[in-house]
Structures are given as structure tokens and as C-alpha cells.
Unconditional design. Sequence first.
Length: 49
Amino acid sequence: MSPDYTIPLIDFSRETERQTIVDREAGQYPGHPTTVLLEDNRTILTVYP
């Protein structure tokens, strides 16, 4: 059964004005594997070094 909604995919990789740097560590990439938009319009962001 298909859901009654679609989840849009937005690629911000070239939209640097929409990006915020939260940490920099020499030799490390704080990866950004996923985000989820909650029902109250807040976002959960997961990262890993």
C-alpha cells in the first residue's frame, strides 16, 4: 500500500548560503547522514565524526 504523501528530496550541496558550519576538526569530516522534519516543524539532525 502506497502512502498518501511524498517526501521531497532537497539537495543543499551547492546552496552554500543555506549551510551552517557547526564544527571543524582537522583531519575529520563531521558527516551529515540524515535529518528528519518533525510534526512541530523542528528538525533532528544526526552527524558522526
